[in-house]
Design a protein around this ligand. Structure first.
Ligand code: NI
Length: 436
């Protein structure tokens, strides 16, 4: 739907790129850049405050209060309690136009911080019944701070914005407790993309192994879908000394594990997209000389297109059922889709690439290989065209191999990354609305 708009307008001969409009956009760029630079002390202060007070997914109460208070101080319409602890701010520009959304995630992780930073977290909590430390070990504190910065910048130029900006602060990106729906999926279910209806959405992720100043992106499948599978092999138990009396689920499960390896190597078109099938758990039996009645495997599936994803689901079912049948056993296969493919709409990506290049400098905008991690930003992209990019957060000149990566206790970010992040978010929104 969104692809058609610029084409139709061009066909009607609308003067989208008149010198006047272009000059106006360049002037707006310059204002946004200046305001974003001026925002840096505040962004750093918010980030350090959030970093020192991290909260686990669906428990981001203090974080939500800080966000809501700041958005209200800018005069935005603010909704709280969206998908439990999410906050949405609406900024109406001075002229009519489309609706663009910018999204940041809010949650920390159950890790005990070891960075030694002056504002390191000492917060403790419990996770799945275990005592844990809590840490912003994926940089979501920086995402909230940069989006608050972008909200302030865009508020200062709002009379020149033709349309509406929706700021989405999302809880629980790292996943909710087992069996609980949360994060982007719940925000979408609760209508975050409606009233007013969002036409396109942008988001970014700070990246610990990319240098400050760099923006990385990939059109189409950028980050993988993530699905969990379980295979329960039901056989028949017996004395370990009399295997002919059993239908051995252990041997059957072993054959299934080996056969699953041919799904990616033999049945997926790897010239199109990468894919992964990993068996992570194998559970069977309690004693060395007893053949148990059943065995259970679980694992993860990563893919970069819905077609590949569905092909792998079908192959897992066929392989497990077929091998179980050959051995006289049965298999129960469960597949739980968790996060879809983070799919950057090709037309939107092509349209916004010049914006990224102008903001970061052409040489600093890199097209990257697919990332096999998953990101629930994908849930918004299932509903509306979206673009998700990575923002360099590593001190330039550092060897990426020596960097403490995301989701580790020593994870660190160079704060000089933030002005480009604020500019990128604000400029993507302003440019999208201006249909440059
Ligand atoms: Ni993250």
């Amino acid at each position: 739907m969104n692809y058609a708009t610029p084409i139709i307008l061009a066909g009607l001969g609308f003067a989208l790129a008149t010198p006047g409009a272009h000059a106006q956009n360049v002037a707006l760029d310059a204002r946004i850049a200046k305001l974003a630079d001026a925002e840096q002390p505040k962004v750093v202060a918010w980030r350090r405050d959030l970093h020192e007070h991290p909260e686990l997914g669906n428990e981001e109460h203090r974080t939500a209060e800080l966000i809501a208070a700041q958005l209200k101080s800018l005069g935005l319409e603010v909704q709280t309690g969206v998908a439990r602890t999410g906050v949405v701010g609406i900024l109406r520009g001075g002229k009519p136009g489309p609706v663009v959304a910018l999204r940041a995630d809010m949650d920390g992780l159950p890790l005990t911080e070891t960075t030694g930073l002056a504002f390191a977290s000492t917060v403790k909590s419990t996770y799945l019944g275990q005592p844990v430390g809590v840490m912003h070990a994926c940089g979501h504190d920086t995402h909230v701070a940069m989006l608050l910065g972008a909200a302030e910048v865009l508020s200062q130029v709002k009379k020149d914005l033709p349309g509406t900006v929706k700021f989405i602060f999302q809880p629980a990106e790292e996943g909710s407790l087992p069996g609980v729906v949360g994060g982007a999926k719940l925000m979408v279910q609760e209508g975050v993309l409606d009233k007013p209806k969002v036409d396109a959405i942008f988001g970014l992720h700070i990246w610990a192994t990319a240098p400050v100043g760099q923006i990385q992106y990939r059109p189409r499948g950028e980050m993988a879908s993530s699905d969990r599978f379980t295979i329960k092999v039901i056989g028949k138990g017996s004395h370990g000394a009399k295997p002919w009396s059993s239908i051995d689920p252990v041997v059957t499960a072993a054959e299934i594990i080996t056969a699953l390896q041919t799904i990616v190597s033999r049945q997926v078109d790897l010239t199109q997209d990468a894919a992964v099938v990993t068996v992570g758990t194998v559970q069977a039996g309690v004693r060395y000389n007893v053949i148990p009645p059943d065995a259970t495997l679980s694992g993860t599936i990563r893919a970069f297109s819905p077609a590949t994803q569905e092909r792998i689901w079908a192959a897992i079912k066929r392989t497990a059922n077929g091998i179980a049948a050959a051995n006289g056993a049965t298999a129960e296969v469960g597949i739980e889709p968790y996060v879809p493919v983070t799919f950057n709409d090709p037309a939107l990506t092509a349209r916004m690439l010049p914006t990224l290049q102008r903001t970061a400098g052409t040489a600093n905008v890199l097209e990257i290989k697919a990332v096999t991690g998953a990101e629930d930003f994908a849930c918004y992209q299932e509903k509306v065209p979206g673009l998700f990019v990575f923002l360099g957060g590593m001190t330039p000149g550092t060897d990426p191999a020596t960097v403490a990566d995301h989701h580790t206790a020593g994870f660190k970010i160079d704060e000089s990354a933030f002005p480009l992040g604020v500019k990128t978010l604000a400029t993507l929104a302003a440019d999208y609305l201006s249909k440059k």
